[in-house]
Design a protein around this ligand. Sequence first.
Ligand code: UN1
Length: 504
Amino acid sequence: MPELAKAAEDALTTIGVGLGRAATPGGATRTVPTPLTGEDLLSVPVSDRDDVAVAIERAAAAWPAWAQTPAPVRGETVRRLGDLLREHKDTLADLITLEVGKIASEARGEVQEMIDVCDMAVGLSRRFGGHTLPSERPGHQLQETWQPLGPIAVISAFNFPAAVWSWNTAIALVCGDTIVWKPSERTPLTSLGCAALLAQALTEAGHPDVHQLVLTADPADGAPLLDDGRIRLVSATGSTRMGAEVGPRVQARFGRTLLELGGNNAAIVTPSADLDLAVRAIVFAAAGTAGQRCTTLRRLIAHEEVVDELTDRIRAAYEQLTVGNPWRRDDVHVGPLIHEGAYTAMRDAIDRGHADGGQVVTGGERVEVGPGGCYVTPALATMPEQTDLVREETFAPLLWVLPYTDLDEAIAIHNDVPQGLASSIFTRDLREAGRFTGPLGSDCGIVNVNVGPSGAEVGGAFGGEKATGGGRETGSDAWKAYMRRGTTTINHSDELPLAQGVEF
Ligand code: UN1
């Protein structure tokens, strides 16, 4: 067996996934390629539409008992999941590297993000709650109660195949929801690993059916998740195009959606910025994860006084980056793109940008790393002004540098894109920072100062506005999306006064 296939099999065995047992007898299977070399890793079972319907049925049947389990007891299951993730951190990180091509440090960081969200959810399980509000009627009490929503669907993307699932799942579990997960078609092995760890925790708790995994080969087979009225929330991460289909379809049946879609994230660098710090933040945000985060920096809006020096320093840093196969190597900064299509889109954007007056400063070239895999040097390109092309999200390491003269203009350029996920300003001027984070500043969901747009912690709410879809996941009060709010008026008196003084 080739080395990478063997590594994938070993990782799954360590976690306790037997693919033989996972496959339905006589059921369809498909092979999973690795972006590291293009080789096939392993065969996995394929879920068809009927399997998705069965998963919904099971999640719906498991819901009443789970919903009635006290929240702190549900939290115990999430604590156990967090412990299992700690135990299997490196193994799960290997699966992420094998399926997505992430460098080891980022793959481990992704698992750490899962552990963090589990810890947060355990705490949440003992503290979410509503307000008690003053009633206008004597002897009455007005209060909010938060109840489990029901079975929900989690649809996740290839680029964070494990963390985004855990954001939704850890919170949904403590909120008392049951879950059907449809991961990206590109990452079934990581999904099997995550699902097996949660299955262990849930089985120990006596609720094995609370989480269901479906491995569709064709995204269209996930349709019952959108259309079945029992699925009360569809939390979907992916492209704006996908969200434009999912959103209205789920809303048409009055289901709830939580959408985390495309980003076209920018950073403004002002003349007062600490350029040493800015360059480090920019290089990680634009070239890290091979430009394949939804939070990746794609537009750099730099003041004309600093734009040349900044561009030059980023070019120099880019030229120091090692692009290569990160498997069992710690010196690689940039792994492969997920597939050839990502490179075609990147090349196409560079070529179209050239016609608009764009100039590549460095990068955008194929790197031959081995017999397979799609490796490319991160591209840095200048553009005299923001064009329609720059307003599009190209999911690859391509950073456009746009000059500006005053901050109002920079903020206008910043906001003049359809997407609204993550943003940054690099400045030492408190007033500039205040304008960027204020009401007429960045229109994004994530608004950072002297921190790049990517790499958010789980404690804050994660998500964005406009074509990013408006959803918020993970921290702060994002849990509310996974629960039903009950407004309860209790009459402790023996009178029946009507609100608003109505006599009847
Ligand atoms: C994503 O790319 O879908 O903020 C999620 C970040 C990570 C999550 C990214 N914590 O970059």
